[in-house]
Design a protein around this ligand. Structure first.
Ligand code: PMV
Length: 364
């Protein structure tokens, strides 16, 4: 599919006067990372993520048809019950980017009410779940105006719109493993939207766990927007994009053959390569904290001693995602509680696992 396939042409706004829709949308954690992009939010390499379950955003979009034509977007945003003027520029920019595909936006007055299952300041990226939730709400309104769209088109376009809000958000529509970015080894993959991993996933990855250790709950010093920009003219950019695409080929095999040793090698190398890009940018920066490294070393020690398949990955921050198979949940949970929690801010951590994607909730 190409961009123009996502433009809504035939619609009749008089069909709808007012209403509301609510979506619960998960966060996701990339295993092969996206870091570096071209306009408009086109990734430099393919990425793959586990859709999460416990970390989600709940967004209600209330809409009311305006009597007169409006030249501007009309919306208010509430986050966790409070009106948030400072969230407006991001939503305004999102609406500007998606308007050509959903040309009915200016015909409505919107109230957006959103909340996260995880603390806002936890350092967990809320843009993936937040933007995908809003994109799904907008798509539900599109479906009111044009009920003939298929489920497949609905999900693809929701992912396409979410991508324009935040790249990684396009991987937060469906479960359980999502690929975003053109790749010859992944059938149906696209730079424009995320697709479900198209091959059979080995049982070793069923119910895979992701316990998120909150090492640093503060705001990030360097936003991912700035980080992506620093990949322009980065001395290692070309090699990095090649490495990531090569890792997609390898991890695609791993998801089919269940080789957990190879999984660990790819995933940990990806996490450290992402942070290596940050440390070698101009200007350079470090998002890991001393406790991030302490946790990584403890994980390596534990793996060496017990032959566990525990491993880690990192987002663009100091928090550590501890990944492990369902079969090891008791031993790894004990290890986390006894050895790792001490390195978390106020002992905070979140037990999450691979999930099934976004869900529309009834508004009653
Ligand atoms: O979606 P953005 O622009 O916030 O970028 C996300 C980048 C990483 O989380 C570091 C990697 C990824 O693929 O999710």
């Amino acid at each position: 599919m190409i961009e123009s396939d996502f433009i809504l042409n035939d619609f009749e706004t008089s069909k709808v006067s007012n209403g509301s829709v609510t979506w619960k949308t998960p966060s996701n954690i990339a295993l092969v990372k996206y870091w570096g992009k071209q306009d408009p939010q086109i990734p430099e390499n393919a990425s793959i993520s586990f859709t999460l379950d416990a970390c989600f955003t709940l967004t209600t979009l209330e809409y009311k048809k305006l009597d007169k034509n409006s030249k501007s977007f009309n919306f208010d945003i509430y986050f966790e019950g409070e009106k948030k003027e400072d969230f407006k520029p991001k939503i305004q920019q999102f609406f500007e980017r998606i308007e050509q595909y959903v040309p009915f936006l200016k015909d409505f007055d919107f109230v957006i009410k959103s909340r996260n299952s995880f603390p806002h300041s936890s350092g967990i990226a809320s843009s993936a779940s937040g933007m995908s939730a809003l994109a799904l709400c907008v798509m539900s309104l599109e479906r009111e105006l044009n009920p003939s769209i298929s489920e497949e088109y609905f999900n693809k376009k929701a992912s396409f719109l979410a991508r324009l809000g935040s790249g990684s958000a396009c991987r937060s529509i469906e479960g359980k493993l999502i690929v975003w970015g053109n790749h010859s080894d992944i059938e149906g993959s696209s730079n424009l939207f995320g697709v479900k991993f198209p091959y059979k996933i080995h049982k070793n990855f069923k119910n895979y766990h992701d316990t998120i250790l909150l090492v640093d709950e503060g705001e990030k010093q360097v936003s991912s927007t700035v980080g992506h920009q620093l990949m322009y003219n980065h001395p290692f950019a070309k090699q990095r994009f090649q490495q990531a695409n090569h890792n997609i080929s390898k991890i695609s095999e791993v998801f089919q053959n269940g080789d957990l040793n190879e999984f660990i090698t790819i995933v940990e190398s990806e996490a450290l390569s992402l942070h290596a890009m940050m440390m070698t940018s101009n200007p350079y920066f470090i998002l890991m904290k001393p406790n991030t490294l302490k946790i990584i070393n403890k994980i390596w020690e534990f793996r060496g001693e017990t032959n566990s398949n525990i491993c880690f990955t990192l987002d663009a921050g100091a928090n550590v995602h501890v990944l492990f198979p369902e079969a090891e949940k008791e031993s790894v949970n004990n290890f986390i509680i006894n050895e790792l929690i001490q390195y978390c801010q106020e002992n905070h951590y979140i037990c999450d696992r691979i999930g099934n994607g976004a869900k529309r909730l009834s508004n009653n």
